[in-house]
Write a protein that binds this ligand. Sequence first.
Ligand code: TPP
Length: 380
Amino acid sequence: MTVMEQRGAYRPTPPPAWQPRTDPAPLLPDAEPYRVLGTEAAGEADPELLRRLYAELVKGRRYNAQATALTKQGRLAVYPSSTGQEACEVAAALVLQEQDWLFPSYRDTLAVVARGVDPVEALTLLRGDWHTGYDPHEHRVAPLSTPLATQLPHAVGLAHAARLKGDDVVALAMVGDGGTSEGDFHEALNFAAVWQAPVVFLVQNNGFAISVPLAKQTAAPSLAHKAVGYGMPGRLVDGNDAAAVHEVLADAVRHARAGGGPTLVEAITYRVEAHTNADDATRYRGDAEVETWRQHDPIALLERELTARGLLDEDGVEAARQDAETMAASLRAHMNQDPALDPMDLFAHVYAEPTPQLLEQRAQLRAELAAEAESEGAQR
Ligand SMILES: Cc1ncc(C[n+]2csc(CCOP(=O)(O)OP(=O)(O)O)c2C)c(N)n1
């Protein structure tokens, strides 16, 4: 038989039937960000929850203003303001139960404070004083993470471990739009979905990663669409609508707690102020854009709803403002005191077992401090 005849006789076996491993349709985000305030859904929102959100939003904005002022007075090294993003910050903290864990980024001080961390201790890291400043275990709040997206694999690890141990714990991890381009984002979401870990990822899409706009960050239809590639649901929400963010996150937390696995939530919001006090935002964006977002302000949106429903009057507005002022005055008073610091603490908690280099540097500093103390003693 010739080669051609042999080929003619060859009948390839058909490959096994292929079908997607899961139906992607239920994982897809809605076409529009979910909204509650100003819609019919608002009528079903719990009045107590709305009032609580309002009080926290007002306090949060005042906290941002005070912390930014402290940078100008040299009392705080740096502050990344979340003005305009308060709804995401507050809702993230309020949806969690006591035993749950929050994994914040450097911009999420308000979420940390709303979760119960002392407002002064929450600024320790940004003041450049002493490590994290608060005990992460006390309120189950991981350190504010400056290296982008590194908090996400930590959240997945903690949640997965809790599940293996049979503990009822959900982890909520916060990240910015820029952070979604990091390898850690990919690794965290991939493992979370494979392990069905009880994690909720909240991406605050505030339009910019410092000066880089979202269009230069990703070609994805939305950041929520990224969820589908990992096999988890993606949800889109109006990040300035506190009631909507709270509802979407609460659903995701419930889903995770019930063993349904992770969810990726993209909250559409806007960073109204500069990246930090060290940034000049006028170099990369125009006033008109900022003004448009100021018209969609999270506090004004909620205030309008509460007022329309007769749940807030002028006295209520004034009481919230007063509470916020009291908090700001206390923050000022504490931050204006010089902290008592031991320079030797620099070397504590770096490694479980200090390296030879660290031991050498520690001895050097101890000797310098002793010599300084001696010369000061001699001068007296
Ligand atoms: C791994 C890493 N790379 C770069 C930086 C420098 N950096 C600090 S903030 C930032 C922008 C992050 O933007 P985004 O994730 O959108 O968060 P936002 O600041 O808007 O809240 C960058 C690039 C960093 N902190 N960590």
